[in-house]
Design a protein around this ligand. Structure first.
Ligand SMILES: [Fe+2]
Length: 390
């Protein structure tokens, strides 16, 4: 996989990092010339008290805080986007502040499309580059270190009646400001820390091996993998370690930056979206389960790329050819993932073997499959799902 003939790299979100930076949201909203704000979050984040500094900051600002909406479900949901947009319209909201993980931030992106442009989320806007104009202001405050959604131009939103995860990609979905405050991530329990951290690791690995890879995205992805190898074990074992928490938040954010320049990262994400749409497996856990088998599946098709991550994964590959080096690197990544005690199969994570064919169909239709370095086909993807569901 040599240098691609063409690539684009554009990062437009203002990214800010600092302890207790959540208290600066009001000032950023003023700088964006907002007048009426809504906070969008979920019950867990609200109950953990993480919304408080954001709420206080907005109340102390020149903006009017019209609502704290806290009913975002674990998997973002099309109906919830509609509900928030209607609330926003009724109250004249011009500034959306999302406080939460990927589901909250993606739900806010979906709600913002409907609030700003109108139309029907599924019929009009699913897909790539369809949103026609800039949306209302969005300040994203992540409380997990995983999706990097605070700096991506995509949103994945669940359409529950169809059991599908729907993708939206548009430069207008990039939040205006991303506020990275490690104080908001210290209360994450170890399992969530691991699952979200492995999601970020998967973003790093898959954007590095995507057919759409580019040198600037590679630089981000390499740093992401290295930083996660160095900090996720500490954040997992000692959640109060602010430096490890900070590095994880930054790594997840930088992975999001790489992702925001790559429309399609690979088969692990395509399969994880299908598994998450049809079963209760969380996204990060799905990636932890699927990435090892996808790396094995892809190995000979992008051995040089896996080998290129050797230094980031702390693996010595001196004297080895690309395939041997790739085996060593992917083996190390698998061993690293397994060290966090997450489920190792979709069956173990609660998914049913009867869903294998539907999962394979959904995965083959997922926009993340096209960038996979090995051309996929239905039978091969079904075989991978069968392996993980038996
Ligand atoms: Fe992901």
């Amino acid at each position: 996989m040599g240098l691609n003939e063409y690539f684009e790299f554009c990062v437009s979100t203002k990214v800010m990092y600092g302890e207790n930076l959540a208290a600066e949201v009001g000032g950023e909203a003023e700088a964006l010339e907002g007048t009426k704000a809504i906070i969008i979050t979920d019950k867990g984040v609200l109950d953990a008290g993480l919304v408080e500094p954001v709420k206080k900051s907005l109340e102390d600002s020149s903006l009017e805080l019209v609502e704290v909406y806290s009913d975002v479900p674990v998997n973002s949901e099309v109906e919830v986007c509609k509900e928030i947009s209607e609330l926003g319209k009724a109250k004249g909201v011009d500034t959306l502040v999302s406080v939460g993980g990927g589901s909250v931030i993606d739900t806010t992106k979906g709600a913002n499309i409907l609030l700003s442009v109108g139309g029907d989320l599924l019929e009009d806007w699913q897909g790539t580059h369809l949103v026609p104009e800039p949306l209302k202001k969005h300040i994203a405050v992540p409380t997990t270190a995983g999706t990097g959604a605070e700096v991506t131009l995509g949103a994945v939103i669940k359409n529950t009646p169809a059991g599908q995860k729907i993708s939206f990609n548009s430069k207008y979905l990039l939040p205006d400001v991303a506020i990275l405050d490690p104080m908001l991530t210290v209360s994450m329990p170890p399992r969530l820390t691991a699952a979200t951290g492995i999601d970020a690791l998967t973003h790093g690995v898959e954007s590095f091996t995507s057919l759409e890879h580019s040198p600037p995205a590679d630089a981000f992805s390499y740093y992401v993998v290295q930083t996660i190898f160095m900090n996720l074990p500490t954040a997992f074992e000692n959640g109060k370690d602010l430096e490890a928490r900070g590095y994880m938040l930054i790594a997840a954010n930088m992975a999001g930056t790489a992702l925001s320049t790559i429309m399609s990262i690979g088969a692990c994400h395509g399969m994880a979206h299908a598994a998450g749409g049809l079963s209760p497996v969380e996204h990060g856990v799905a990636n932890a389960i699927i990435l090892p088998v996808v790396m094995e599946y892809n190995l000979e098709h992008c051995a040089d790329r896996y080998a290129g991550l050797a230094g980031a994964a702390g693996v010595d590959v001196a004297g080895l050819d690309d395939v041997a080096a790739a085996k060593k690197v992917t083996g190390r990544i698998t061993e690293f993932i397994r060290g966090f005690g997450l489920p190792q199969t979709l069956k173990e994570a609660g998914a049913d073997i009867a869903l294998a064919e539907r999962m394979a169909e959904e995965a083959m239709g997922d926009g993340q499959m096209y960038g996979n370095p090995r051309e996929t086909d239905y039978d091969e993807i079904l075989a991978l799902f069968n392996r993980l569901l038996e």
